[in-house]
Design a protein around this ligand. Structure first.
Ligand SMILES: [Zn+2]
Length: 144
């Protein structure tokens, strides 16, 4: 898929949530309360529930999306833009791509995302990201 087509497909929020969940499961979700690694997925609440102690972890918890009310799709849009443009994206560009009304939450988010990219081995990040994108967005598009 062309980068622009990918960006368009990322805007499907339901698919973005599925893919983000997939990305988290690849890395493994760890319970903050008991350290348990096994979870159920509560689809209606969009939360992981620890099989040991029943503690719940939201989809966003412990990720760059924690504490923000931004759509999960922004994670994929932002990451795609960062990887394509060699980590140099402006908030204005991101705002234009997402159509988001407010500048401040985007500023916070893009900075967190850049930090996330810096802290994660580029090849690991690229591999995980690419595979998750292939699994959820590219494949989905072919079957639908
Ligand atoms: Zn637990």
């Amino acid at each position: 898929m062309l980068p622009q087509e990918l960006l368009t497909s990322f805007k499907n929020e339901a698919l973005a949530e599925e893919a983000f969940k997939g990305l988290r499961l690849r890395k493994g979700v760890t319970c903050k309360k008991c350290g348990g690694r096994h979870h159920y997925w509560l689809a209606s609440k969009k939360q992981f529930q620890c099989k040991q102690c029943r503690f719940r972890t939201t989809l966003q918890s412990g990720t760059v999306l924690q504490g923000s009310k931004l759509p999960v799709s922004y994670f994929f849009i932002g990451l795609q833009m960062l990887m394509e443009k060699g980590k140099r994206i402006s908030i204005e560009e991101f705002q234009k791509e997402t159509g988001h009304k407010y500048y401040d939450p985007l500023w916070d988010f893009v900075h967190k995302l850049k930090d996330y990219v810096r802290k994660n081995e580029p090849e690991v990040l690229e591999k995980d990201f690419t595979e998750v994108v292939d699994t959820y967005f590219v494949t989905h598009r072919q079957v639908s």
